[in-house]
Ligand binder design. Structure first.
Ligand SMILES: Cc1cc2nc3c(=O)[nH]c(=O)nc-3n(C[C@H](O)[C@H](O)[C@H](O)COP(=O)(O)OP(=O)(O)OC[C@H]3O[C@@H](n4cnc5c(N)ncnc54)[C@H](O)[C@@H]3O)c2cc1C
Length: 427
């Protein structure tokens, strides 16, 4: 069987779904989103920490995130957006000096970032009652906050569907077909069609392990195939997150990104242990100088820490109590007596797609007439989703970025280190 799509978006995580919505919103028809797993059991969009901030060091990241924050704020109730800020603690003089200098850029974008002395941190955040003697200072960005990424993605998806976007669940792209064309850039290739395998439906949460097997080995077991087809397309957009490089490899495009595991633990805090004046529910994200970050999550606290020696790979195994006890608990207790007796509830692991400069990749793929990419947003895909989608929809529809210029995020920047969009506050 063969099908035809106008704009074929490969990957229906928050980025692909936001783009589908933004295209449909501006009247582009024939948009189809293909994803192995629209429920997102292994998608980063379902496994992240829900942090949303615009306080970055690079203008393109500040701007895309600020647009996204404005969007979250306009839908605060629907998206569970809590504008409770990000508090970032510093013990390193050089890092803090840069953070101070970057306030100019951030506050020009209306972010109102404050500098806090250690005594102010203690007074305003009584939960941080330990280790303040090592603190040099902190920044507090009141417009940042916490969001429910599942609610955001569901919103994009339902609005996109209303405007005619087709979401194909359980469809896995296995191959690509290209042809030579002559365009404005001379001889180019165009993606003519994708091979798509329909994967059999398993039970909720993938008990058979088929999805996980496919997403970690990149092969579809013969017994899992329910059908195959070739889908012809006018335009293709790679929104595959941590799997993006696999599609680029099929197209013969060298890639620079790596999937890296990130783990999060849900922490049980004894209410009677909370230091006087601590109201967990009013806290936003707190980033400790050790790199550990945490925020309230329902009745618990969600805490993450990126182990620096994590090897790249498609690894979804959470290290459980061992991770909590060696990486999470000591860093929390070092800063707060409220966490002295905290307990481990559970946790999970998901993937960051990491680029050499820790910024995402967005734009048209050089050498192709109809191939685009919006991907590899490391730990920033949720908070950048709306801004990236609006800009990319302009590019796909008219050939120009709209609302925000994403040209700094072109993949060919990696050819010249001077053009890298380096982000250091990467957690
Ligand atoms: C632990 C953790 C914490 C994070 N915290 C934050 C945070 O606080 N704030 C923030 O903004 N970001 C955070 N991130 C990053 C953020 O989650 C990602 O940047 C974002 O979700 C990426 O979205 P995406 O749509 O590009 O990719 P994904 O959501 O990963 O979607 C990619 C999709 O591609 C599908 N797929 C793969 N291969 C194929 C194929 N061949 N054919 C069809 N479909 C395929 C997958 O099923 C998947 O659904 C975090 C990530 C992790 C792992």
């Amino acid at each position: 069987m063969s099908e035809r799509a106008g704009v074929l978006i490969v990957g229906g995580g928050i980025v692909g779904t936001a783009l589908a919505w933004a295209l449909a919103e501006r009247g582009v028809s024939g948009v189809v989103v293909v994803d192995l797993d629209l429920a997102g059991v292994y998608a980063s969009s379902e496994l992240n920490a829900g942090g949303a901030r615009a306080t970055w060091w690079q203008p393109v990241n500040v701007e895309t995130c600020r647009l996204t924050l404005d969007f979250f704020r306009a839908h605060a109730v629907e998206f569970g957006f809590r504008e409770h800020g990000y508090l970032w603690l510093y013990e390193d003089e050089a890092l803090f000096a840069t953070a101070r200098a970057k306030r100019t850029l951030q506050n020009a974008a209306g972010l109102g970032v404050e500098l806090l002395a250690p005594s102010e941190v203690r007074a305003r955040f009584p939960i941080l009652d330990r280790g303040l003697e090592r603190l040099i200072g902190a920044t507090f960005s009141p417009r940042d906050g916490l969001v429910n990424p599942n609610a955001v993605r569901a919103w994009f998806r339902s609005r996109a569907r209303e405007r005619g976007v087709v979401f194909r669940d359980r469809d896995y792209v296995t191959g690509v077909h290209t042809e030579r064309v002559t365009g404005q850039g001379g001889r180019l290739r165009r993606v003519a069609a994708l091979d798509v395998v329909r994967v059999k439906r398993g039970g909720a949460g993938d008990p058979s392990g088929t999805l996980r097997e496919i997403l970690t080995t990149h092969r579809v077991p013969a017994g899992a195939v329910a059908g195959e087809e070739r889908v012809a397309c006018e335009v293709v957009v790679n929104c595959l997150g941590a799997w993006s490089s696999l599609l680029m490899a099929k197209l013969g495009v060298p890639d620079v990104t790596e999937p890296v595991r990130r783990q999060l633990s849900l922490v049980d805090v004894h209410r009677e242990d909370l230091a006087p004046g601590v109201a967990l529910e009013r806290l936003g994200m707190i980033v400790l100088a050790s790199g550990l970050y945490f925020h309230p999550e329902g009745a618990h606290v969600l805490a993450g820490y990126s182990t620096p020696d994590e090897a790249p790979g498609y690894d979804f195994d959470y290290d459980g109590g061992e991770f909590f006890e060696s990486e999470i608990w000591p860093r929390l207790a070092e800063r707060s007596s409220s966490f002295e007796r905290c307990g481990h509830v559970r946790g999970w692991a998901g993937l960051y797609d990491v680029t050499p400069d820790r910024s995402g990749i967005a734009g048209a793929v050089r050498g192709f007439a109809n191939l685009f990419e919006a991907r590899s947003f490391t730990g920033r895909g949720v908070m950048q989703s709306y801004g990236i989608a609006r800009a990319m929809a302009g590019l796909v529809a008219t050939g120009r970025f709209e609302e925000v210029d994403l040209s700094p995020l072109a993949r060919d920047r990696f050819d010249e280190p001077a053009r890298w969009v380096k982000e250091d506050l990467h957690i």
